[in-house]
Design a protein around this ligand. Structure first.
Ligand SMILES: Cc1cc2nc3c(=O)[nH]c(=O)nc-3n(C[C@H](O)[C@H](O)[C@H](O)COP(=O)(O)O)c2cc1C
Length: 323
């Protein structure tokens, strides 16, 4: 399970960085995978309001958001926004990321698609400010809340500190580490006890992508769905994306990956194989379930729909069996 954190301060070793790093260390100690995006070191172009996302569901701007950050936001089950207060909101650099996530807003509200992980996805806010006014975090809270809604994450709370100004102030705070531990535990622990299931096929372009998305969508609170291919293709299959969109499930920003990557930091308890045969992985202790699902690649769209429905039914049966 990936916890993704956006570090929005231009100070590399300042208060926000300390707070986010402590948060991530606590999450890792519980068994989560973590990744921090140092926003000020990325090539992020602010939104140009081309409105392409509202019509087509993608942003035409070619930068680190497109190549790296959109897919990570989709992959993560917990997304952390961390920023110092700059004029009663987040830093401009982080706000550029938030604005460009209008793409997710458009996919959700204009194209009526939902993130397959919406059942479990959580957003969390970390912030510091130099002054002590009652309304110090209000602007930021509102922006963060709308951002989390756009990426289909439920707002999982916040940790905010007033009277924090010099770069080392946060590190000297008497209760910060205990505060972080408490919040991380409440946020992460419920997601870590889920049954890990790997869905594997040959190319990880159709069948295992659909199966893992259905598993997340239908039972993400009980299943941590992994997916991979024995010979991953370069891209996911556009017909598969189309038929999943007919079900309202957004398959955007995904790409095929090798089975080894999928299980590098995760030991699945069940491995569902669909056509990867001999090449499917051996994981000691894992139960292997083989689904006889034909490869829909290159076949008519209706065949892709039939395979989608067959996989949905098999996932539902699997969920019932796991209860
Ligand atoms: C451009 C700028 C604007 C700021 N605006 C505010 C503000 O509106 N309210 C406040 O309390 N602190 C404000 N601050 C202070 C920072 O929030 C504070 O120093 C914080 O601890 C910096 O965190 P960092 O070390 O993570 O960068 C501002 C600082 C800068 C540089």
């Amino acid at each position: 399970m990936l916890v993704l954190g956006f570090q929005g301060s231009p100070r590399k070793k300042g208060n926000t960085s300390f707070l986010l790093t402590s948060f991530m260390q606590a999450a890792e100690s519980l068994g989560a995978q973590t990744q921090i995006i140092e926003v000020t070191q990325k090539n992020i172009i602010p939104c140009k309001e081309y409105v392409v996302c509202e019509k087509k569901g993608f942003c035409p701007i070619d930068d680190d958001l497109k190549s790296e950050i959109y897919p990570l936001i989709r992959q993560a089950e917990v997304v952390i926004l961390a920023s110092p207060i700059f004029f009663y909101n987040m830093t401009a650099q982080l706000k550029a990321v938030v604005d460009r996530c209008q793409t997710f807003w458009a996919r959700k509200y204009k194209l009526k698609l939902c993130d397959p992980a919406k059942k479990t996805k959580r957003g969390f806010l970390l912030s510091v400010g130099a002054t002590s006014g009652k309304n110090l975090f209000e602007g930021l809270q509102l922006t963060a809340q709308y951002f989390f809604d756009a990426i289909d994450a439920r707002f999982g709370g916040s940790l905010t500190y007033r009277n924090v100004e010099g770069p080392k102030d946060m590190a000297k705070h008497p209760t910060v580490l205990a505060d972080v531990e408490k919040k991380v535990s409440a946020l992460i622990k419920p997601l870590l006890g889920r049954k890990k299931i790997l869905f594997a096929c040959r190319e990880n372009a159709c069948r295992s992508q659909m199966a893992s998305a259905f598993a997340q969508y239908l039972a993400g609170d009980k299943i941590e769905a992994l997916n991979g291919g024995s010979q991953p293709a370069n891209h996911i299959n556009p017909d598969m994306v189309k038929v999943m969109h007919e079900k309202g499930i957004d398959m955007g920003f995904r790409s095929p990956r090798p089975i080894e990557d999928a299980i590098a930091n995760n030991t699945p308890e069940v491995i569902v194989t669909m056509g990867c045969g001999e090449e499917c992985p051996f994981v000691p202790g894992a139960r292997i379930v083989d689904w006889d699902v034909p490869d829909p690649a290159g076949k008519p769209l209706d065949f892709m729909r039939q395979v989608r429905d067959e996989i949905e039914k098999s996932v539902k049966d699997l969920i019932k069996e796991l209860k």
